[in-house]
Design a protein. Structure first.
Length: 226
């Protein structure tokens, strides 16, 4: 057997060990996984190029793959989602929770995420179990795609929002509810809170008043202690 063959046999053996107690068809799962890996690789490369093209700070694809937390979270999610499609319990959630601890990005393996997707910075992102995300979607730090408060008996229903193609979700925005659909080519501004759907090509943003004054004109100085 070649060196490559020995390496693959070793990896397959370790994978089968991970599946012990989780399935009675470990050999079949390993075979399916190996067959499906090429598709996962293609999608991850699309993600990497999309992240690179979306971020002026990215210098090369190798940088995105090696160090970007958003790419790492997507990598773990796509592997976990594949295993979940084989009805493997526990392990998919362990994989995405590992990514959560490493990156601060919490993606449930049951979410449906298209390709390519760009996660920039990423810290604090939460994507719920029944969320559906289309293609060419950009997600920035602190975004929540969550559920409205529901009872446990409704856990099998769609509880999280649908994000159609070519949507941008800026930092800190929160989109909640299984019936909430963000139409394609929409932009959701920072810190927006949405619990109802919007039409395609919408722009949603907060309009706040920013006051700039000379602190020397204030009778009481601004002195925050945290």
């Amino acid at each position: 057997m070649s060196v490559e063959g020995n390496r693959m046999a070793c990896l397959n053996s370790r994978f089968k060990g991970l599946l012990t107690g989780l399935t009675v068809n470990a050999d079949s799962v390993v075979s399916r996984f190996n067959n499906d890996l090429e598709g996962i690789k293609k999608n991850l490369l699309k993600d990497a190029y999309f992240i690179h093209d979306s971020d002026p700070a990215a210098t090369e694809i190798a940088e995105v793959i090696a160090v970007y937390p958003g790419f790492y979270a997507l990598f773990c999610y796509r592997i976990a989602h594949l295993l979940l499609s084989y009805c493997i319990p526990l392990l998919p959630r362990m994989i995405t929770e590992h990514a959560h601890r490493e990156t601060g990005i919490d993606i449930h393996p049951g979410a449906e995420i298209g390709c390519p997707v760009s996660i920039d910075h990423g810290t604090g992102i939460v994507i719920g179990e029944t969320a559906w995300i289309g293609n060419n979607v950009k997600i920035y730090q602190g975004v929540t795609l969550g559920a409205l408060s529901v009872v446990k008996s409704k856990a099998s229903r769609k509880r999280h929002p649908t994000i159609e193609d070519n949507v941008v979700l800026y930092a800190g925005c929160t989109v909640l509810g299984g019936n909430t659909v963000i139409g394609h080519h929409s932009i959701i501004g920072g810190n927006v809170w949405l619990t109802s759907g919007i039409r395609p090509y919408s722009v949603v943003y907060n309009k706040s008043d920013i006051v700039v004054r000379d602190q020397r004109d204030l009778e009481t100085p601004v002195d925050f202690i945290i």
